[in-house]
Design a protein around this ligand. Structure first.
Ligand SMILES: NC(=O)C1=CN([C@@H]2O[C@H](COP(=O)(O)OP(=O)(O)OC[C@H]3O[C@@H](n4cnc5c(N)ncnc54)[C@H](O)[C@@H]3O)[C@@H](O)[C@H]2O)C=CC1
Ligand SMILES: O=C(O)/C=C/C=C(\O)C(=O)O
Length: 486
């Protein structure tokens, strides 16, 4: 049986307590391996290693040297592409066709992009007048923030963890990563790549365990961590923020969403259907940017519903190795219970189930997996929990609207504000509506089209702060002003 250990100070180590937990394959419910569960001792060792590395060779390296090492990390991920792919798909059950295009390439790109960016960021300088006429010169310098706690989720494990680790290391920080308990494999494998790439011991550490009263809480309560970056549920973000408040540590939080798609009658319907299908059902609906509320202008409502239904029913459910599969299982049986409770709630609230609504029949060897059907509803009222709460499953509710103002009001009606997708061929309307949507990210005629230099994050209860491009560098560095009297 595979043993999944912590990676602390450049070595793979067991938990002193001997405690382990199971890593389960969501495709069939079978145990993949046993994961060592960190106690306070392992978390403390990881933080101490990170602090020491900061004061050691990593802290003394030039930007160019660090960038070169991070390029080697990216190359290392690419060189071991198949191993990363295998590990990610074992942990998540997602189709290899998806992970090979999104998760693993982004795992490498997240190091390359920030290694290049850090070499080219300017800092500010201001000349100022002084009463004696000699003047003064102000200039900014960026310094690493220190030891960063990285708490990452299970839906895009390598992609989201490296989205934080890449810029953190590029800026000269050291990290302690607590990957989701559901998906420990790729963060661990990355330890091997870090070592081979010449990343000094202690710069990248991984501790495994759960959230509350386990490794997650021990990390967020640790007094020697300087800042935290987290992606996951809004409630967990609040808990992490509370823990980080002690010692006034900064947080970057990318939290839940209940994202709206707005489809105008003047859209290119083929594009709107293709994009909405992806945004509702890709990764089995487990993408924080996904569309769970679709608002469609009344003249095309029936046609849209019929075509989205046909698209959902054409999805091919299957295991990662099935080359035709484009729809995998949910992450776990626990998460399936949550998703199915909303499927039931929709029926109780009087929804019309356009398609799905249950568990698909699977062949015997996959019967133990966390499968659910892609599901579409219409007919719910705006206050149904199915329409207001993040489900994080492969489902959406479609509702008609009559005016642009109504669509904007509906899209903005919830306390979330992560992402939105607008479908229209009218350019003026696209700009007008996009500007009024209360969300950190608005796509027009696309979804999940990502330029890693752009600001990424949520408005309202969908998060605090922005990462991506220079915004990541702002979070992962301390900007110091030096004022020199001439
Ligand atoms: N990308 C996203 O926006 C994600 C959203 N979710 C949402 O969250 C719901 C619950 O799923 P979970 O896996 O429980 O998500 P979660 O947000 O609680 O977990 C994400 C990470 O936070 C850690 N964590 C949990 N509680 C913590 C605590 N008190 N202190 C420190 N770390 C903690 C977990 O161990 C994991 O590494 C899902 O049903 C889904 O709606 C879940 C995962 C990703
Ligand atoms: O950075 C990206 O391109 C994707 C981000 C997706 C999430 O944050 C998520 O699904 O949680």
């Amino acid at each position: 049986m595979k043993e999944i250990k912590h990676f602390i100070n450049g070595a793979f180590v067991d938990s002193a307590s001997g405690r382990t937990f199971e890593d389960i394959n969501p495709v069939n419910g079978q145990v993949i391996g046993r994961v060592h569960e960190a106690g306070r001792a392992e978390v403390d060792a990881a933080v101490r290693a990170a602090r020491a590395a900061l004061k050691g060779p990593w802290g003394k390296m030039t930007v160019a040297e660090r960038a070169e090492i991070l390029h080697r990390v990216a190359d290392g991920v690419t060189a071991r592409f198949d191993e990363f792919l295998e590990a990610e798909c074992l942990d998540t059950g997602k189709p290899k066709s998806l992970a090979s295009h999104i998760d693993i390439p982004r795992g490498a790109a997240n190091f390359k992009v920030f290694a290049d960016l850090i070499k080219n960021v300017p800092t500010e300088a201001f000349e100022m007048a002084t009463p004696d006429g000699a003047g003064a010169l102000n200039y900014g310098v960026r310094r690493p923030k220190g030891v960063i706690g990285v708490i990452s989720p299970w839906n895009l494990p390598l992609l989201l963890m490296t989205w934080k680790v890449g810029p953190a290391l590029a800026c000269g920080n050291c990290v302690v990563v607590k990957p989701s308990e559901e998906t420990p494999l790729t963060a661990t494998l990355l330890g091997e790549v870090m070592q081979a790439a010449g990343v000094p011991a202690g710069v990248y550490n991984v501790v495994h365990g759960f959230g509350g009263d386990s490794a997650g809480a021990f990390l967020t309560e640790h007094p020697d961590v300087d800042a935290y970056t987290f992606t996951g549920e809004t409630g967990t973000g609040e808990t992490i923020m509370r823990a980080a408040a002690k010692g006034v540590r900064q947080v970057s939080l990318e939290l839940g969403g209940k994202n709206a798609g707005i489809v105008f009658a003047d859209c290119d319907l083929d594009k709107a259907i293709e994009g909405t299908l992806r945004s509702a059902f890709a990764n089995c609906g487990q993408v924080c940017l996904g569309t769970e509320r679709v608002y469609v202008e009344r003249p095309i409502f029936d046609a849209f519903v019929a075509r989205l239904k046909a698209g959902a029913e054409a999805l091919k459910i299957g295991e990662p190795n099935d080359p035709e599969a484009n729809f995998g299982p949910l992450i776990s049986h626990k998460h399936r219970e949550k998703v199915l409770s909303y499927y039931q709630q929709a029926v109780d609230d009087g929804a019309t189930v356009v398609t799905g609504g249950g568990v698909p029949e699977m062949p015997a060897h996959l019967a133990g997996g966390a499968w659910v059907q892609p599901t579409i509803w219409t007919g719910l009222t705006d206050d149904s929990a199915v329409v207001t709460e993040e489900i994080f499953g492969p489902c959406c509710h479609i509702r008609p609207f009559d005016t642009e103002a109504e669509a904007i009001e509906l899209a903005n009606s919830l306390p979330y504000g992560l992402a939105s997708a607008i479908w229209t061929e009218n350019a003026s309307r696209a700009h007008r509506v996009a500007g009024q949507i209360e969300a950190g990210i608005v796509w027009v005629n696309s979804w999940f089209l990502r330029d890693l230099r752009t600001a990424f994050g949520g408005a309202k209860q969908s998060g605090i702060g922005r990462e991506g491009g220079v915004h990541s560098l702002e979070f992962y560095t301390e900007l110091k002003n030096i004022c020199v009297k001439l």
